[in-house]
Design a protein around this ligand. Structure first.
Ligand code: ZN
Length: 340
């Protein structure tokens, strides 16, 4: 099999699992593989598993190792792509890990690029998903936290210091609950899965009837999962329904604010709950957002959609970034030669 410009692999490195995908230059996912992260085994073991994952993909696609052009890893934390350093990734218990250098060495010198996990997912939806072809797009990812990213003029808007797009920390209630960032009343402190769990437990402690905790126990889970949320809602659990409505309301207010600021073509809602519930999650968010738009004319032109790529958004976005940065650093030769 030949891949013009070489094969690229995108990796979504999460605290629980890692997911890698090879994507061709037309945006077709060629093959993907998953593995547990097991951060408790230390950075070297995790990086070894990322390298294994990449090797499994190239073997499966029958690509000689030298044809692997680049790998990009989406990391749950702060990265410095120029030095290949992960500055801080709490879910991995990493601080100052030279991921770029170590992974490149493990893969025999392949170019390795780093980016943030939310940014790669936003890039994926923009390059290949429901934001394809748009000039202005916003991505909001609801998980244990709330991440976000903004595409302006067809490019990820990174800001003056490279820290733009923190939509989860827009303050919706200045006297609201404390957020992990230290502020109060951020969207994340009101509507993340962690916040939903806090509210479910509080209502149950007040004596409200709910089967959510029993369902978690049955699944052997300590914390609220997207699957338990979806099942509890299907069974019309009153506590879960109430908490979900409140979370959807807050996300809707957030989307309304962002729409008033940017007037985007698409707002994509991603993360585990959106992947599982799709339109059932987004419908109420859309309704609240539309009600808050200052200019009501043609408001449907701001399309508020559930993720199209679902769990492939991050690895596919990372693969896209790998191809972009590879071609930026190695422009193809102008003479007609066989691809290396
Ligand atoms: Zn915050």
């Amino acid at each position: 099999m030949r891949h013009s410009g070489g094969l690229v692999i995108g990796v979504d490195l999460g605290g629980t699992k890692m997911h890698a995908a090879a994507v061709d230059e037309h945006g077709t996912l060629l093959h993907d593989e998953r593995e547990k992260t097991l951060p408790e085994e230390g950075a070297d073991a995790v990086i070894g598993r990322i390298a294994d994952l990449c090797r499994r993909i190239t073997l499966r696609l029958n690509v000689p190792h030298v044809e692997l052009g680049a790998v990009c890893v989406g990391v749950p934390g702060g990265v410095d792509d120029a030095s290949g350093m992960v500055d801080k990734a709490p879910n991995l218990r990493w601080e100052k890990v030279p991921l770029g250098h170590l992974l490149s060495t493990a893969l025999g010198g392949v170019r390795v690029f780093l980016d943030n996990d939310v940014r790669v997912a936003v890039t994926g939806e923009h390059a290949y998903g429901c934001g394809k072809g748009t000039r202005t797009m916003v991505g909001i990812f609801v998980g244990t936290g709330i991440g976000g990213g903004v595409i302006v003029d067809g490019r990820l808007h990174t800001g003056t210091r490279g820290v733009a797009g923190e939509l989860g920390h827009m303050i919706l209630k200045p006297k609201g609950p404390r957020c992990p960032c230290g502020n109060r009343g951020c969207a994340e402190a009101l509507a993340s899965r962690t916040s939903m769990e806090r509210d479910v437990r509080a209502l149950i402690a007040e004596g409200h009837e709910s089967r959510v905790l029993k369902m978690l126990k049955k699944q052997g889970r300590m914390h609220l999962t997207s699957s338990v949320i979806a099942k509890a809602l299907e069974k019309e659990d009153p506590v879960m329904t109430k908490v979900m409505r409140r979370a959807q309301h807050h996300i809707g207010v957030l989307v309304g604010n962002v729409a008033n600021l940017l007037d985007p073509e698409v707002v994509v809602i991603g993360g585990g709950i959106a992947e599982r519930m799709g339109e059932d999650f987004v419908a109420r968010i859309r309704k609240v957002a539309y009600e808050r738009m200052l200019v009501q004319r043609d408001r449907e032109r701001v399309r508020i959609l559930p993720t199209e790529l679902k769990e492939n958004a991050a690895p596919m976005g990372a693969a896209y970034i790998a191809r972009q940065r590879l071609s930026a650093s190695h422009p193809p030769p102008r003479t007609h030669t066989a691809s290396a």
